[in-house]
Write a protein that binds this ligand. Structure first.
Ligand code: ZN
Length: 264
């Protein structure tokens, strides 16, 4: 039996009314989700890695980021610590898929030196030229990351794929349909999600929440301005809404989830 488990690795808080036009002014907590997929045949695939714990060592860029999106993170939020507490040796993780490179998604990379990292061409473009506007803090990446084992997904590798009548652009990571890396452009260059066992779509930061897909088109100017491509971001939210309508469970990285197990 395959399994998909969720771990919240730190969180941040935002006022929904300050982010979207037409929403109530309610401060909501946004946990940073990390997702572990265990396949039938022994692969262990992590989707994102959560916030970095401890000191960031990221200088003024890090200070600017933290002022805009103040993180709440303790040592207990570390993904490696949470996996161990759940009976999973972090060294047994075979692959780490990164949706994109923002600090709340890459903090735990340093815990997986033996894994193969699955990275898109767009993510590598960003890594090669990190700018403050792209929200990437080079200080968060361990020195060995540049030479880590990797699978690179080129832009040209995405194939139009039918998911219950909805067309998505996807790469079948293991050629068995269990793990589709799905192109979800807009939030960051090369941003991707993952469709697991044809039923659960890990959507990364394609939207602020599965319940906020409709609100995405009402994003206020500042949160809109920090998207890599705001028009693509709105189109991607509409795609997610169509997938939800045909019964795909959409799980955004910052959704609060009740249950750790995400597959039936
Ligand atoms: Zn992000």
């Amino acid at each position: 039996m395959s399994r998909l488990r969720h771990y919240a690795c730190g969180s941040t808080t935002h006022d929904i009314g300050a982010m979207f036009r037409g929403e109530q002014r309610v401060v909501r907590e946004f946990p940073s989700g990390v997702f572990l997929y265990d396949s039938d045949d022994g692969r262990r695939v992590l989707f994102d890695t959560g916030y970095v714990t401890g000191e960031w060592h990221t200088g003024w860029r890090g200070a600017a980021y933290r002022r805009l999106l103040p993180p709440r993170v303790t040592d207990a939020d570390d993904i490696a610590a949470q996996l161990r507490a759940d009976g999973v040796d972090p060294a047994t993780v075979t692959h780490v898929v990164l949706s994109h490179l923002h600090p709340d998604h890459v903090g735990g990379i340093r815990r997986f030196p033996g894994a193969t990292f699955v990275l898109t061409e767009g993510v590598l473009r960003t890594l090669a030229h990190p700018r403050l506007r792209s929200g990437v803090l080079p200080g968060l990446f361990p020195g060995w990351f540049a030479s880590a084992s990797r699978t690179v997904i080129a832009d040209s590798m995405f194939r139009v794929t039918d998911v219950r009548g909805v067309e998505v652009r996807a790469v079948d990571l293991f050629d068995d349909g269990s793990y589709l890396v799905v192109d979800l452009p807009g939030h960051a260059d090369g941003h991707v999600g993952a469709l697991i066992d044809g039923s659960v779509l890990l959507a990364g930061d394609a939207a602020w929440g599965a319940d906020l897909l409709d609100a995405t088109a009402r994003l206020r100017p500042l949160p809109r301005a920090v998207q890599h491509d705001a028009d693509d971001y709105v189109r991607t939210a509409a795609l997610l809404a169509r997938l939800a309508a045909v019964g795909i469970r959409i799980v955004c990285s910052h959704d609060p989830l009740v249950s750790r197990e995400l597959l039936p």
